[in-house]
Each structure stands twice: as C-alpha cells, then as structure tokens.
Design a protein around this ligand. Structure first.
Ligand code: GBH
Length: 517
C-alpha cells in the first residue's frame, strides 16, 4: 500500500483509511456510557418504590441468578449517584445514558399514584449532570415493568399502550427541559426472552404468541410516546431533545463468511431487528413482509384462523412510520446463520419461533465472559453499512456496545475490542454513514440480569462486597478517556503511559480481602 501512496496523488490512505491513526472522530460525534435502573440503582423498596417484574422474579426464583447477587442493592446508585457523575467527569464523556425505573416513579404503574421521592431522585441526578455539562440520554423503559401491570398481563395487554403514554407524559412534563435524548424502550426483542421463554422477567413462556403480542404492543407504545412528544413538547422553547428506540442489532453472516446475502440471512435479520426497524424506517412501513409471511404460513398450518403475529391497522402503520429521530443501535456481536437439514429451529442466541435455521459462532472469535458474546469487530462495521443501505442513510446513535470480562483491572481484551470496533466506526463514517455517537455499555460493573455479577461489563470495576460499592477505573476506562480526549483510535496507547500504582495497590487489597474471606 505504501508504494501506491508514493506514486498516486490521492493515495489509498485517504480513501480507504489505511492511515486511520490520524483519523479524527468528527467534532459533533458524541461519546458516552450507559447503564440501566434495575442493574445499578438498588434501593428496590425504598422511598415508596413499587415492585418491578425483576424484583418479583429474583425474589420468587432466586435459583435463576448465577451467583446470588441481584438488583436489591446492585451498585447502590440510588445513594451513590454523585460518585457516578464524578466517574463520568473523570472519563470526560459527552453524554450519560441511564434509565428511569417506572415503578419508582409510578409504584402501581398508573398515574394516579405518583411517587414524588422517586421523581426527585432523577431530578437530582439530572441536575448533577447539568452542573457538569453532561447531556442526559434517558431510557424510559429498560426491562423493569411495574409488577402491578404485569398482573394485568403486562406487555401482552393492549391497555399498556395507554399506560405507557401516560407514564411518558409524566416524564416529559417533569424532565422535558433537562433531557437531550429520549429512548422510549430498550430492545423490544426482549419479548422473545420474557414472554417467549424463561430468560428474562416475567419469564412467561408463551412462545410463538405472547412474544409477538408483546412486540406489537411495545412498538405501538413507542409510537404513541413519539407522537405525544412531537405534538406537545418538541416545539417548546425549553425543550431541545431527540427521541428514538434502542434496537438490538447484531450482525449475521453465513458460516465462514461465505456470503452476506442470502434468503436465510435476510429472514433472520428481519426477525432479529427488521421487526423493529421496518415499521419505522422503511418506505412501506409495517412489519417486514418476510416475517409476516413466515408466521402466517405456520399459523395456517397449525389450524389457526389468523397469524400469530398480530396485524397492524392502516392507522397504526401510519403512526409508526418515521416515529423516531434516529436509530438507537445496541450492537455486541456476530453470528453465523445457515439452513438446517435437521429441522432444528435455532441454536444461539435467542430462539425465535417460526424460523428454521442454525445459529452459531466461530471458535476463532475472541470469547468474552458471556457465552453469547464473541469479539467480531468487522460485524459492527458491516451492520452499520447494511443499515445505511437498507434504510437510506438513517441517523444512527450507538446506544450500547460493550464487552464482558472476569473481575480485574487489567482488562486488555476490552481495550483490544474497543480499539478494533472503534476503527470500524471511523471506517463507516468515511463510507458515509450518519453516525451520531457511541455509548459504551457500561459505566461500571452491574447486575447482569440472571448472570448476577458473574459477567463484568464495566469500565469501572465495582467491589460488590464493600458497603461503599467501591468503583475503581479499569485500564479500559483510561483508554476510553484517551479516545474521547484525543478523538483518535490510538493503536500505540500503552498502559505505561499511566500511573496505575494506586489502582494496582487497590487491586492487591481486594485480592487479599477475597482470600481472607
Ligand atoms: C443488553 O442486551 C442489555 O440492554 C443490557 O441491559 C445488558 O446488560 C447488556 O446487553 C449486556 O448483556 O443467555 O445466550 O440467551 C444485549 C442483548 C439479550 C444479550 C439477551 C444476552 C441472552 C443471551 N442480550 N441475551 S442467552
């Protein structure tokens, strides 16, 4: 390549990014970190908070938690939010994505019981962020439904569309002037784990029906919140916010990368993320035709009068179209997908009903601490280009992207993955994607749902045994800080640039404590 550069006027390094080390993230590109309420707040029944489906699930089924740690206390951010904001300042992030616990604000889920103390907590957090000029990206719903609403069917009851709109109004009224980005719902594909299996609360196994009803209601709840925001809040002078939906968008290729373009792959992508993007971002709207067809076909064969994937009315299709200002993209990993001869419906990671494919991962990919998460940097780049092409250059904000490890401060694998995936971001920007920012999951170790604390996603390590839930920066926190400040992806950055002596010492203290215990 270097030889070409000498001979050609505009050398390849310009157009193909070979010299990526000198490439800067654009000045309006935003760097942030993410958390969610159940995973960090703790104080599960304090100050009038209502019970959530996760409280109920872990209390009635403690055996589902890998290591005994649940969200009762979590990282105690309900009390330690000032330390959290201090960490954000240490990193130098532009924005912080956190979520509001619906039952903390509305203990029974409805707006006839407003918990002022719960509202006050988020006011305090938002004010602390404003003090330090950190933009707030607020998720309204990140998996923790009020249990009381679950008793009424939760996301399978269409009334929830109105309940969610009412809740959204409370939030817009109270925090509208303090929030820069609203995310209505985190990852509607949780429906397949929560109502179509037993991995996520409420763990109601209504596979093939409950999951699809949940998807429809979540999408409509999202759209109603968007329309409410658009109609009554967006144009107010004190409001300056964009609103989106966060979708789990991983990459899917044929085994050994033999092709990225075939029918099985397209169908799997449609089930995995098209279900949530097509209604909003496609020209025609509605659920993807391929998914509608597949579910209708099976439903008919089973003798049902209608498809198990509920239809959207013309009015609903219209309400959903363009009901977001950007695509919220949660990207972690890549899978191989191929047709199965045995009729096995699915392997890793989620078992979608109605598709007969085999899903796998390559043993050449770097493993993380989570079984489903392998390091595949090219997958982020490819999925960005794919969205750019299929949805005609939509604005994309990466609202989650991260890596899990064992405890320990020297998280070289996280740094390597952050560096390689981020190179893909620079390449995709060069290739014309409208990428607004990156939000790393997660600011700190937290309760990884049923995995408890056994999978650590934090830039900061949390000592869960200590009463102060001590947070210490991992080496990756220093790397991210360097990336934010320099706005480059630095391949030569080494730990020796830093004085890690205090952290090293602290690590030894923690290690000793473990053996003492
Ligand atoms: C995100 O989901 C969540 O938004 C966030 O709360 C979470 O902490 C973060 O990822 C890290 O996991 O057990 O093989 O069936 C990412 C999508 C969906 C990935 C559920 C794990 C279970 C995999 N997640 N999935 S498996």
């Amino acid at each position: 390549m270097k030889i070409f550069c000498v001979t050609l006027f505009f050398c390849f390094s310009q157009s193909y990014g070979w010299d990526y080390k000198k490439k800067l993230f654009p000045s309006d590109f935003r760097f942030g970190v993410s958390t969610s309420a159940y995973q960090i707040e703790g104080a599960w029944d304090e100050d009038g908070k209502g019970e959530s489906i996760w409280d109920r699930y872990v209390h009635t089924h403690p055996e589902v938690i890998a290591d005994g740690w649940n969200g009762d206390n979590a990282t105690d951010s309900y009390h330690l939010y000032k330390r959290d904001v201090e960490m954000l300042r240490e990193l130098g992030v532009d924005h912080y994505r956190f979520s509001i616990s619906w039952p903390r604000v509305l203990p029974n889920g409805h707006i006839n019981t407003i918990n002022e103390k719960g509202l006050q907590y988020y006011d305090n957090l938002l004010d602390e962020l404003i003090k330090y000029n950190i933009a707030a990206m607020v998720t309204m719903y990140h998996f923790d439904l009020p249990q009381r609403l679950q008793d009424l069917g939760g996301w399978t009851n269409p009334e929830i569309i109105q309940w969610f709109e009412d809740y959204a109004r409370v939030l817009f009224d109270r925090y509208g002037h303090k929030v820069k980005y609203w995310i209505t719902i985190n990852q509607p594909d949780v429906c397949f784990d929560a109502y179509g299996g037993n991995k996520m609360a409420p763990a109601v196994d209504l596979k093939g029906t409950g999951d699809y009803v949940c998807v429809k209601n979540m999408m409509l709840a999202h759209a109603r919140a968007y329309r409410l925001f658009e109609k009554e809040y967006k144009s107010r002078s004190e409001v300056n916010a964009k609103l989106g939906l966060s979708v789990s968008i991983n990459w899917f290729d044929a085994p050994d990368y033999s092709t990225s373009e075939n029918e099985e792959l397209e169908l799997y992508r449609a089930f995995s993320f098209g279900l949530y993007l097509h209604p909003i971002w496609s020209e025609s709207g509605d659920f993807p035709p391929s998914v509608k067809k597949a579910v209708a076909k099976n439903s008919k064969a089973e003798g049902l009068s209608k498809s198990r994937l509920p239809e959207l009315t013309a009015e609903e299709i219209k309400m959903l179209k363009k009901s977001a200002d950007f695509i919220g993209m949660n990207h972690y990993t890549t899978f191989f997908v191929n047709k199965t001869e045995s009729g096995v419906r699915s392997g890793l990671p989620y078992s979608f009903p109605d598709i007969e494919v085999h899903v796998s991962q390559s043993d050449k990919w770097l493993p993380s601490k989570s079984a489903w998460l392998k390091g595949v940097p090219y997958g982020l780049y490819k999925s960005l280009l794919y969205l750019n092409r299929v949805y005609n250059r939509p604005p994309i904000f990466i609202t989650e992207h991260g890596w899990s490890t064992d405890p320990g401060l020297h998280d070289t694998s996280r740094i390597n993955m952050m560096r390689e995936y981020s190179r893909g971001l620079l390449f995709s920007l060069e290739d014309g994607t409208d990428l607004l920012g990156l939000t790393v999951w997660s600011l700190m170790d937290n309760i990884e749902w049923t995995a408890g604390t056994s999978e650590r996603f934090g830039l900061y390590e949390v000592d869960f045994d200590s009463p102060e839930k001590t947070r210490i920066p991992r080496v990756s926190a220093h790397y991210y800080k360097h990336m934010i400040h320099s706005r480059i992806v630095d391949e030569d950055w080494k730990l020796k640039n830093l004085d890690m002596s205090i952290s090293n010492r602290r690590q030894k203290i923690l290690a000793n404590k473990k053996t003492e215990l």
